[in-house]
Ligand binder design. Structure first.
Ligand SMILES: [Zn+2]
Length: 178
């Protein structure tokens, strides 16, 4: 594991003026204590590189980044830690955005009977249709659509589910109604 999110990390400030100290406490245990000069070094590294080592425990290093604290047992340097933390955040954002779209599409399922499309079918269809409207390739306002409407006997098998955007779905609904 190159980089793992560290939990239960707290920075405690103690003392004043030249006696000011920062304590790195993990799970109630003080792992490191440093003065103002070291604190300055860490803040500079955070601003310039995006990551700074703040403590060591056994053979792991605790890094502070703009996205919180991480453990590294791979001997990474500050730039690598900053990049991996950034990549982790970026992929998490993409995953959340993907889930948000899937849920929005799920909630927009229309039909006479609002029968719930099974989770595994939704994920299968989402991957198969590449997260886009199958008619116009739009990537927003997406809905899971029954190719043959539920009211006309269409089921929840993957072959009968497709992704449409709202516009294409309404256009399809108009065609069926005629
Ligand atoms: Zn469309």
């Amino acid at each position: 594991m190159p980089l793992r999110k560290a939990t239960g990390v707290e920075l405690h400030r103690t003392g004043f003026g030249i006696f000011a100290r920062t304590e790195v406490v993990v799970g109630g245990r003080a792992l490191a204590r440093f003065g103002r000069r070291e604190r300055r070094r860490i803040e500079d590294a955070l601003a310039e590189v995006g990551a700074a080592a703040v403590a060591e425990d056994l053979d792991r290093v605790l890094w502070q980044t703009s996205d919180g604290f991480y453990w590294d047992d791979d001997g990474l340097d500050a730039e690598a830690v900053a990049l991996l933390a950034w990549d982790r955040l970026r992929r998490q954002d993409a995953r959340i955005e993907r889930l948000r779209k899937i849920r929005a599409a799920e909630e927009a399922v229309t039909g006479a009977r609002r029968e719930r499309i099974p989770e595994e079918v939704r994920l299968f269809v989402w991957t198969r249709d590449e997260g886009r409207c199958v008619r116009c390739a739009a990537e927003d306002d997406l809905q899971f659509d029954h190719v043959i409407p539920v009211a006309r006997g269409g089921g929840n098998a993957p072959e009968n589910i497709q992704i449409l955007c709202g516009i294409c779905n309404r256009a399809k609904g108009d065609q069926i109604a005629k």
